[in-house]
Design a binder for this molecule. Sequence first.
Ligand code: SF4
Length: 217
Amino acid sequence: MQWKDVSQKEVLRYLGYGRQEADEAVKNLVSECIGEILNQCHCKHVYKRFHCTIEQHSIMFENVVIESKNLSKNLSECEQMILFAATLGPQPDILLKKYSRLDMSKAVVMQAAAAAIIEEYCDQCQKQIEKELEQEQLYLRPRFSPGYGDFQLKHQKDMILLLDCPRKIGLTLTDSLLLAPSKSVTAVMGISKKNKHCHIKGCEACENRNCTFRRDG
Ligand code: SF4
């Protein structure tokens, strides 16, 4: 991933600058942090396709059952889904730890930059998967990560196991269900026969207000 791919605006948004304009010093610090973190990233991802059955609030695939009203709504009418995981690798964590000792304000900006980078990386991976599926006239629903709504974090265990994450991308889960490296994402994406032109940033950013698959509705 390149520097130009990461939006300075997105990092500022994570830092709480909404409509308020950041001054030049903050903007320069953001640019510096994006560059420094990117230099340390070894981005990797893995994904796998599964047949799934959705019944009321249950999603069933392989030998796994996920109980989630939000996720089952988002996956309704999907006969297949993708399990996805991505990581920036262990180096950004080492850098973040270093700055939390040396310079707390820079560490905060670094955290925001790392969050924007992993999101951008996931978006790029997702676009690639979308392209592959379009050849089969299949379409992706948005990324839906454990911890969002009523999709419980404990399901990361099955996801990490089924994707063979430790071996394939060096991603593991701690006993307290935290991803290690910390700048990592796991997600489910529905595969649909209907093209709903889903927004890459998910239902929250999507203008399709009447969508029946909207996860927050
Ligand atoms: S609300 Fe938008 S992003 Fe969400 S499922 Fe519907 S079309 Fe897709």
